[in-house]
Design a protein around this ligand. Structure first.
Ligand SMILES: [Zn+2]
Length: 426
């Protein structure tokens, strides 16, 4: 049964999608782990009829998910460039000056903060994963190795007044959602603006990107639903835009209610969400039906290769890839390896499917790759044009399973680099 809404405490939740019992998407396994039973947890998506927040109900303890972490922002060129541009935009938009303090919540390896440091600003990261916090420190980004919450915010406020507080790809991870929002409110009341980036549920629906659903993502935001959360803490969104990262993300600027004029971008986005039915259960039921078609169609497409004796690997071993493979029942019987660039993942096995993760380029190219981090498709197509031109193929799972090869790579590149292209994720 559903518990209570993470935002408004209502118990009036409707089950939208049940992806079964799945392991934690980032708990990669060692060879020794393979001999032991793998912990699995329910992965179910719910819609709150009271406040419209879309969320999963089961919370894997945050210490299991985030104390050691394998996702490093700086690994992809797309993300580094995204954060550079985003910092540039914020410096101009908010008139930030040299010496101003920027606090980044869930700062990862400090990729975003480094972009502000390059403009002469001071940086402070808050990052719970000790391995990654150490790495950021070693690279010159001061980092508190903590989970951000109201207590941490008060500690920061006691000695410093940040001009800007940022959070990218983290506000949907937060188990202590209200405590974190209260911490943000505390810093905003002392003069900071809050900039939050989160996967935009509207774009996730548009792409049928259900692989964004995993245990680390507790909530899936629209502008309307995240505004309800902020409202609860005396905060107001005054600027809203969509940035082309992680398949299309919200970038919102937030301040204490009534302290800044609310831009037209906010009302326009709310109107668009209402017109598209993002506050209605039926919209999510239609999404679930499209997901079901992918869960059936993708394994069928992969089998077309394997039944003909061809070899298929997974391209990449991202968190979302675990959801995709485990939801579709695609395992080591169909895919031989997952190839990766992130050295923290190489040598391990993907959760659930148990695919061995090998270094990209260390094994001969297969007949086809199933692209799991499809949100970086443009980058991959460019990097692997030679492979495609020599007869290779990329199987892309969303919005509908399809094959990219020499015959259509040009067209796909144009599409992927279009105005909403270059879809960057986790
Ligand atoms: Zn609710």
């Amino acid at each position: 049964m559903a518990a209570t809404c993470r935002v408004c405490d209502s118990t009036d939740l409707a089950l939208v999608l049940d992806l079964g019992e799945q392991p934690h998407c980032n708990s990669l396994l060692t060879e020794a782990d393979l001999a032991r039973p793998e912990p699995v947890y329910p992965l179910r998506l719910w819609f709150c009829r009271a406040c419209t927040t879309v969320q999963i109900d089961y919370t894997v303890p945050k210490e299991t998910m985030f104390s050691e972490y394998l996702y490093v922002s700086g690994t992809t060129a797309t993300l580094r460039e995204h954060f550079r541009q985003s910092a540039e935009h914020l410096v101009a938009e908010l008139g930030l000056q040299r010496g101003d303090l920027i606090v980044d919540i869930g700062s990862n390896d400090g990729t975003w903060l480094k972009a502000f440091q390059a403009s002469g600003m001071r940086a402070l990261g808050v990052e719970p994963a000790s391995n990654i916090a150490r790495q950021a420190e070693a690279e010159g980004v001061p980092t508190l190795n903590r989970f951000f919450n109201a207590g941490v915010a008060r500690e920061i406020a006691a000695t410093a007044s940040p001009r800007l507080v940022t959070a990218a790809g983290v506000f949907f991870h937060l188990e202590e959602l209200h405590s974190a929002a209260e911490g943000v409110a505390e810093l905003c009341r002392r003069g900071a603006v809050f900039c939050v980036q989160a996967i935009y549920l509207r774009e996730m629906l548009r792409e049928t990107a259900f692989d964004n659903i995993y245990h680390e993502h507790l909530t899936y935001w629209t502008l309307r639903s995240i505004s309800a959360l902020f409202y609860h803490h005396g905060l107001e969104v005054f600027s809203a835009r969509v940035v082309p990262i992680h398949g299309g993300s919200l970038e919102l600027l937030v301040a204490p209610a009534g302290t800044r004029p609310v831009e037209r971008s906010v009302t326009a986005m709310l109107e668009q969400e209402a017109a598209e039915g993002l506050g209605e259960l039926a919209t999510y039921e239609a999404f679930a039906a499209r997901v079901q078609r992918i869960r059936e169609g993708l394994p069928r497409l992969v089998r077309r290769y394997t039944d003909a004796g061809k070899v298929v690997y997974a391209f990449g071993a991202p968190a979302k890839g675990a959801t995709m493979l485990n939801s579709c029942g695609i395992g080591a019987d169909l895919l031989r390896y997952a190839t990766e660039r992130n050295p923290l993942k190489v040598g391990k096995f993907m959760p659930g499917s148990h695919l061995p993760i090998v270094e990209e380029g260390s094994v001969p190219d297969p007949d086809a790759y199933l692209v799991l981090p499809w949100n970086f498709l443009a980058e991959f197509l460019q990097r692997n044009r030679g492979y495609l031109e020599q007869g290779g193929a990329f199987i892309v799972p969303v919005p509908e399973p399809r094959v990219i090869d020499a015959s259509n790579v040009e067209r796909e590149l144009v599409l992927a680099e279009g105005p909403v292209g270059n879809r960057g994720a986790s």
